[in-house]
Design a protein around this ligand. Structure first.
Ligand SMILES: Cc1cc2nc3c(=O)[nH]c(=O)nc-3n(C[C@H](O)[C@H](O)[C@H](O)COP(=O)(O)OP(=O)(O)OC[C@H]3O[C@@H](n4cnc5c(N)ncnc54)[C@H](O)[C@@H]3O)c2cc1C
Length: 357
């Protein structure tokens, strides 16, 4: 455990598991400490969109946002040696099946904004014909976007867990209470040591801000989402009112953005709002079996992740993924591993340094 090439990862969401898989593929010995797993994490609640174009569309500088998000998304392919056969097959299928549409009410005049933005971003897209709008309210326009994709969040988390365990990693159920660059103390009193420690505990990483000052800057954004039965073909139908993500056998409609809220309690008012929005854009959507869930995203002051070493403590951090954990997690794996192995960092790494605030 105490060799320089050992790593303790705090958190088993998409960030922690991707870091563990990439580090392990580069020969590091990995231990993951996880209070929650799978569906109990924000990563398990997520819609699983890996959608640089859809995400950048609503950012203030869409072209800059797109180039950052796209560079991060490419790491899913660049790190393929870390994922193993089943996950690589799932990703290849997801890319091949991707049917990603963005639609808006004609009354919004969003065509005037959306099309120039997509051009500026350099994204391939084409206008949808009426018959391609599917179940969308009849007064909508839309485009089909290339390059974005969608996965089932829980399937990816399960495959990553299986992959790292198969590779010799230990996943220890427990809650970390205090940390340093090489040591973690759990709530039950156990003390673990390793060459390096990385915090990838989502918004709950903020609880370590006494040990790791950079984590003081995190803020929470709660999100509700509806879990639905199968709703037509797989793919994403996104609109300014919300998105329907279909996985074939199930679907999810999301999401609320509740700034400053860090609890996961399901609120009837938020659920009613989400259902009303769903009906406005998709009047025939079957909400009878809808089950609401809530998760908490972690955000930094500039809205971009914080990945790197906290200078004061020496602890590595991979947090602040906001609504893009499924885009940034493999890049987090690459940066953390490169820092440990003293390798060259990817070009964008400086943008995500913890000491930029
Ligand atoms: C409704 C909703 C929809 C979303 N949809 C998408 C989407 O389509 N695409 C996308 O990219 N992102 C999406 N997101 C955002 C995404 O969920 C997050 O960016 C991502 O889950 C962050 O992952 P994480 O691993 O950093 O944190 P988390 O998933 O929160 O995982 C944190 C882990 O740390 C553990 N932990 C916390 N504290 C401790 C402790 N003290 N000791 C030990 N373990 C601890 C937790 O138990 C958990 O295992 C969505 C989020 C929400 C809420």
């Amino acid at each position: 455990m105490t060799t320089p090439s050992s790593l303790i990862v705090i958190g088993a969401g998409i960030a922690g598991l991707c870091i563990a898989a990439v580090a392990q593929s580069r020969g590091l010995g990995v231990t993951v400490i996880a209070r929650d797993r799978g569906g109990a994490t924000a990563s398990g609640v997520a819609a699983g969109m890996v959608a640089p174009a859809l995400e950048a569309l609503t950012e203030p500088e869409p072209d800059i946002a797109y180039s950052r998000l796209k560079a991060a998304e490419r790491e899913w392919q660049a790190q393929d040696a870390a994922w193993g056969k089943p996950l690589n097959a799932l990703i290849a299928q997801a890319r091949a099946d991707a049917d990603i549409r963005y639609v808006w009410p004609q009354s919004d005049n969003a065509s005037d904004i959306t099309t120039p933005r997509l051009h500026a971003m350099g994204v391939a897209f084409r206008a949808l014909k009426d018959e391609e709008l599917g179940p969308v309210a009849s007064d909508c326009d839309g485009v089909r976007i290339e390059g974005d994709w969608l996965v089932s969040a829980n399937a990816v988390l399960d495959l990553l867990e299986a992959r790292i365990v198969e590779g010799g990693a230990q996943i220890i159920p427990g809650t970390a209470e205090s940390i340093s660059a090489t040591q973690v103390r759990l709530a039950d009193g156990t003390v673990l040591t390793a060459g390096h420690v990385v915090v990838a505990a989502g918004y709950d990483s903020a609880a370590f801000c006494g040990d790791v000052p950079a984590l003081k800057t995190l803020s929470p954004i709660k999100g509700h989402l509806l879990e639905l039965d199968r709703q037509g073909a797989a793919g994403v139908l996104r609109s300014p009112l919300g998105y329907l993500a279909g996985y074939g056998d199930t679907a999810r409609f999301g999401a609320t953005m509740q700034f400053g809220r860090a609890d996961t309690e399901v609120e009837p008012a938020a659920v009613a709002d989400l259902k009303a929005r769903a009906k406005q854009i998709l009047p025939d959507l079957d909400l009878s079996g809808a089950e609401a869930k809530a998760g908490v995203r972690a955000a930094t002051p500039d809205g971009w992740p914080m990945i790197g070493r906290d200078i004061a403590s020496g602890v590595l951090v991979a947090v602040g993924m906001r609504r893009n954990g499924y885009i940034f997690a493999p890049l987090a794996g690459r940066i953390v591993t490169a820092l440990i192995l003293n390798e060259d960092l990817p070009d964008d790494a400086a943008l995500y340094r913890p000491d930029r605030f």
